[in-house]
Ligand binder design. Structure first.
Ligand code: ZN
Length: 675
């Protein structure tokens, strides 16, 4: 009862904040009074707001997304504080959701306990690694580390079979790196070199904190970097990882055995608790083959160092303050934050990762009223109609392809807010002991949950994001679009805001996810979610040419004057943005038919639509983060998510009366138009 009371009080607080936001909606001072919309619409729609919202020291960026994330964290914090208090007072039954949330969070916040414990919670793991003498010992350690979330060498889990979406299979993917991507091991510019030096020191420092002397630590940090560089060399580059045809390789057990003579898959399967596995999808067979050669080539002393490093790295932020500080020091090099996020924020996030659907049940009670769902359903229905109209009239596809595309649209599944069935955490034991051990148990629970799905019918009710997540996704194997409650919040989605703004913000995000079903990757999957070509050859050729237009256009964009976006890497997300804006705009225009056209604050409905889109991406970014995003993210940098799509979209130019020669207007022949 007490909990419900507290949540209601919080809800009242939240509603007050929302009201304030609505009353102001967006203020003219958020925009730029001296900018021309047709010159640089990102600046025009965001400059005032960006100037008033500098990046907090503990962040590497700050935009509307971060505001929502922060607001969600406050709500989750309250829920977890209450759960912890209930456990302390003996009000939470052992084994209940309350007890697990309460104990997980309080063990995570127990700074005194973590100082007292030091590195001892890892002792059993470190000893196990120290005892590696043979390749068999090594494999057994891999089989032990993978379930507790330390993904040495490669990633392993389960997935829907891309070519038969009715079954779940074991699946593996390249992995085992400590830097963000393979390119980080080879780039020769001064920033990248400094980062590698910083990485070496970081690895050595964590070794020293675990009890090794500095000579051993620096020598073995070098060995770790060497091993990872070899793995990186064998790794597939990011753009190619997006191509489902390149990454689909169904290996029967005998083929697996032949692929890696020094790593026994049957034994690995037995040791991770799935002895019956007879096959696995292998994302990158060439990587596995190279990894196998490396297993034989390097000494066991080298491998012990490599495993130890990955163990320490995976939990450094959960150990005592020395580890936590060292972990943050390297994070700063990557992302550029000035100070560390407060502990409670990091621990709330960790709890969301470990127990997301337990925490989510409480979150949606506070943050997702039933009206929000009905409003979303209405908007999604309108977007679907806009896509239907588009597919029906598109002039560059033939009738056979058109029919298949419409079949795919008709089969779209939508999930909004939170799952119909909540995950069962009964088998997960959480106590008030060291946080690291709770984290290991939560990871193992998830690993085993993934393996348990193999061979069973696909659970179509499952969600891939937790309810408080500020994000959305399209899943090609399930042909579904999914919107967690976390993103359906002001200013992206506000039941009390005008339709123009909502369609431009959340509407275009809905359209973005729908278009993923038809981007260069999604378009390879049919209505049932199977990787099979449903395109007539000439239509496919035209589609690829149109995608190439997007690749070239985005490759032309630069940050820091000289670092180019990678068109091949961001093409899918950019196609989705182009489609998303187009579909949402068309849906909005249709909804306006027969309605009075309201000018709000001097802006026409069309203008407010485009301002909604541009403000969704308004964000201050540190240069470190911007660089890492260009190198590793499949999305273009926010600035170009505004400039790119709108400069290709004539209704934007019309809404702001731009001249053909203005910067935000591409000439007819230069425009990329797909959906
Ligand atoms: Zn996307």
């Amino acid at each position: 009862m007490k909990l419900i009371f507290c949540l209601s009080a919080l809800l009242a607080l939240l509603l007050t904040r929302i009201d304030t936001a609505v009353a102001q909606n967006f203020d003219r001072k958020d925009l730029c009074s001296s900018c021309k919309a047709c010159d640089d619409f990102y600046q025009y729609a965001n400059e005032g707001w960006l100037a008033q919202h500098p990046i907090p020291d503990d962040h590497s960026e700050w935009g509307h997304w971060d505001e929502i994330i922060d607001r969600n964290l406050d709500i989750l914090h309250q829920i977890l504080d209450n759960a912890s208090a209930n456990v302390r007072k003996g009000l939470a039954q052992k084994g209940s959701i309350q007890q697990k949330l309460g104990d997980y969070y309080s063990s995570a916040m127990d700074t005194l306990g973590r100082e007292r414990a030091g590195v001892w919670p890892l002792k059993a793991e470190l000893d196990r690694i120290d005892q590696i003498v043979t390749l068999t010992d090594l494999r057994k350690v891999v089989s032990h580390l993978h379930p507790i979330g330390v993904m040495v060498l490669f990633e392993f889990g389960s997935d829907i079979d891309a070519k038969n979406s009715s079954r779940v299979v074991a699946s593996s993917w390249q992995g085992g790196l400590g830097l963000p991507d393979r390119e980080y091991y080879f780039k020769q510019d001064s920033v990248s070199k400094a980062l590698r030096d910083g990485y070496l020191t970081h690895v050595a420092h964590l070794f020293m904190l675990s009890g090794r002397d500095s000579i051993w630590s620096f020598a073995h940090a070098r060995i770790v970097l060497d091993i990872e560089t070899s793995l990186a060399r064998a790794s597939m580059a990011l753009p190619e990882q997006r191509d489902p045809d390149s990454t689909y390789h169904d290996f029967k057990i005998n083929d697996l055995v032949a692929l890696t003579p020094h790593f026994s898959w049957p034994d690995y399967f037995k040791e991770i608790g799935s002895p019956g596995l007879g096959e696995a999808l292998v994302g990158q067979p060439q990587f596995m083959h190279s990894m196998d050669s490396l297993l034989a080539a390097r000494s066991m002393d080298d491998w012990r160092a490599y495993f130890k490093w990955h163990l320490l790295k995976s939990v450094a932020d959960k150990l005592d303050a020395r580890f936590d500080r060292e972990n943050f020091r390297f994070e700063q090099m990557l992302y550029g934050e000035k100070v560390q996020l407060p502990l409670w924020k990091r621990r709330v996030r960790a709890t969301d990762r470990a127990l997301g659907e337990a925490l989510g049940q409480e979150y949606v009670k506070v943050a997702f009223p039933p009206e929000a769902k009905s409003n979303m359903l209405r908007m999604i229905a309108n977007l679907r109609e806009a896509l239907r109209a588009d597919l029906t009239t598109l002039d560059w596809i033939g009738e056979a392809t058109r029919k298949k595309a419409l079949d795919k649209l008709n089969a779209f599944v939508q999930k909004i807010g939170y799952p119909d069935h909540w995950r069962d955490y009964t088998k997960l034991k959480i106590d008030n002991g060291p946080f690291v051990l709770n984290a290991f148990r939560a990871r193992k629970f998830e690993f085993e949950r993934q393996l348990a799905k193999i061979g069973k019918p696909v659970d179509r009710t499952e969600w891939g994001m937790t309810p408080p997540t500020v994000n959305a996704y399209y899943n090609s194997s399930m042909n579904e679009i999914v919107f967690p409650a976390g993103i359906l919040q002001p200013p992206f989605f506000d039941a009390k805001s005008d339709d123009g703004y909502n369609y431009g913000a959340i509407g275009a995000i809905i359209g973005h996810e729908m278009t993923h079903g038809f981007d260069d990757e999604g378009a390879k999957f049919d209505a049932k979610g199977n990787l099979v070509n449903w395109w007539a050859p000439e239509d496919l050729k035209r589609f690829q040419e149109k995608s190439q237009c997007v690749v070239q256009q985005f490759s032309g964009f630069t940050i820091e004057d000289s670092i180019h976006l990678k068109g091949e890497q961001v093409v899918g997300e950019s196609i989705a943005d182009l489609g998303g804006v187009t579909l949402a705009y068309n849906a909005y225009m249709k909804s306006l038919e027969g309605q009075p056209r309201l000018t709000i604050d001097g802006f026409t409905p069309e203008q407010r639509f485009f301002i909604g889109w541009a403000r969704a991406w308004g964000s201050n970014l540190r240069p470190e983060l911007q660089r890492i995003l260009v190198f590793t993210d499949f999305h273009p940098v926010n600035y170009f998510r505004v400039i790119g799509p709108l400069s290709n979209f004539p209704p934007f130019a019309a809404a702001f009366h731009c001249a053909d020669t203005d910067r935000m207007v591409r000439k007819a022949g230069d425009r990329c138009v797909i959906w």
